[in-house]
Write a protein that binds this ligand. Structure first.
Ligand code: ACO
Length: 462
């Protein structure tokens, strides 16, 4: 019997290394530990025992490399596709407790930030580490608004796309093209260049997004109005037609700002890991942000808000929901906007968005798809399939309904997600660049291909 707790095996049955999980409760008859923050590992191939340090409930993967069968052996690795249990960085930015449905930015609960702060304050918090005072906020806002105008070349860039190009494809390209306009941004070791890139990315992303929308619609481009708020200016660039001065509806302006806050960061998600991974090669942050946006575009990540709306259209009416849920349970598709790698409880952002939806619909009129969404949620939360797998609505389940009520085309939804996430990407990228423990991201692989063999001539190949 294993006296120390659960036994996990790595490798095949005749090559066993025992790893004792010190987090598990010990059996009653087991000896108590020494309290020493280490992990003892016995390699049953050699009979050798190793002791590795535990810090922050984690062991260093490279400590396993000392575990070898002989001197020529490369040493033990861990295998973790999709990074299910691997921390790739130490971070002080965002904290998530997925079981309890908790999300904090720099220690502040998301609910309080959404209620008491503007998006630009939250962006400052994420990037600089603390909330700004009035003077700091004014300075931050002035610097960002100084960069809202986009180079006239963007119009030409966008005109090169087909009329029906997806906005996210255009957005990714537009971000990447910023690196051609600001080549000094590749001096990533210079704090001044990093700061300038942060201002530019936060300031220009909404301008590029609005230009993309205008290009898709065939509307004339509307330039920034720096007297408006961050969200108000974005609405102005999206929707101003003919007015000398655009006045955003205050509730819709506030809602959009809150949505940006809710999307601002979410620790090491797919797009943020991409931002860090691409940035780890020391490329400029515009190129890294283009990579992060590409990662966000997928249906399993930020593209889910668009996919939810398309799914609600496909379901069509409340009476079709049982058949749709049956198909999902049979593996014929996924309930988009449900499930999360980290949250095994209600996503706290989804709760806030659900409340925001009522305020928006009071102005815009109720989105008829809300009834389908509410009923889908009600049925799913009572169904064993979803309960057993701990699948709850995530941030994308209700956000699209609000965006649609605010007249954003469905294809623009992932771009809206990217606008909010930009500050988080920058904060995480800057943290990575200034972290002395970080190096170029370069995972290992388990090679299972052919051993060395000779290349046959073409005529010899069957
Ligand atoms: N609908 C139906 N079944 C689901 C769903 C879903 N939305 N999500 C997960 N499952 C099932 C899987 O089929 C699997 O079942 P199984 O154990 O019988 O094979 C189980 O739940 C675990 O799912 P995984 O795919 O292993 O979970 P993972 O952590 O890898 O994926 C993800 C998380 C990608 C978010 C997934 O839940 C999903 O595809 N959701 C729908 C897309 C979506 O809403 N994405 C947005 C996420 S939030 C964000 O990125 C901003």
């Amino acid at each position: 019997m294993n006296l120390l707790g659960d036994l996990t095996t790595i490798g095949n049955s005749d090559e066993v290394v025992e790893v004792f999980n010190t987090n598990q409760e010990r059996p009653m008859d087991a000896p108590s530990g020494t309290g020493k923050p280490t992990l003892s590992i016995t390699d049953n191939r050699t009979g050798k025992t190793y002791e590795v340090k535990i810090e922050h409930d984690t062991i260093q993967a490279t400590d396993l490399r000392q575990i070898k069968v002989n001197a020529d052996d490369f040493g033990l690795m861990t295998y973790d596709p999709a990074f299910m249990n691997t921390a790739s960085c130490k971070s002080t930015i965002t904290y998530i407790d997925g079981d309890k449905g908790i999300l904090h930015y720099r220690g502040y609960p998301i609910e309080q930030l959404a209620e008491r702060c503007s998006y630009l304050e939250v962006a400052y918090l994420l990037i600089r580490g603390e909330l700004p005072n009035k003077e700091q906020l004014d300075d931050w806002t002035t610097h960002i608004f100084a960069h809202t105008y986009a180079h006239e070349n963007f119009k030409k860039l966008l005109e090169g796309f087909r009329h029906d190009a997806h906005p996210m494809g255009m957005f990714i390209s537009a971000l990447a093209s910023l690196s051609t306009l600001y080549p000094c941004a590749n001096r990533i070791g210079d704090p001044k260049e990093r700061e300038l890139a942060a201002y530019r990315l936060i300031a220009k992303a909404p301008t590029l997004a609005a230009f993309i929308y205008r290009r898709s619609m065939g509307f004339p481009y509307a330039h920034p109005d720096n007297s408006l708020s961050y969200a108000g200016n974005f609405l102005n660039m999206m929707y101003r037609i003919g007015e000398i001065k655009y006045a955003p509806h205050p509730v819709l302006e506030k809602t959009l700002d809150v949505l940006f806050i809710l999307h601002a960061d979410h620790e090491q998600n797919c797009s943020t890991s991409t931002m860090r991974g691409v940035g780890s090669s020391h490329v400029d942050p515009y190129s890294a942000a283009a990579g992060a946006s590409a990662a966000l575009y997928g249906n399993l990540h930020g593209g889910a808000n668009e996919a939810v709306l398309r799914m609600l259209d496909e379901v069509g009416s409340v009476d079709k929901i049982p058949a749709f849920i049956k198909d999902v349970k049979e593996g014929k598709g996924r309930l988009m906007g449900f499930g999360h790698r980290v949250y095994k409880n209600y996503d706290p952002r989804a709760s806030i968005i659900k409340r925001l939806a009522d305020q928006v619909f009071a102005i815009t009129g109720r989105n008829p798809k809300l009834d389908i969404a509410l009923e889908l949620e009600r049925i799913a939360l009572q169904d064993d399939y979803f309960i057993k797998r701990k699948l709850y609505p995530n941030v994308d389940f209700y956000s699209g309904l609000i965006y649609q009520a605010m007249q954003f085309p469905v294809a623009m939804f992932p771009v809206l997600f990217a606008l909010g996430r930009m500050s988080g990407w920058i904060a995480q990228w800057a943290e990575m660049i200034t972290d002395s423990e970080q190096k170029i991201a370069r995972p290992r692989q388990i090679y299972l291909g052919h051993a060395k063999r000779d290349v046959p001539l073409l005529i010899q190949r069957s």
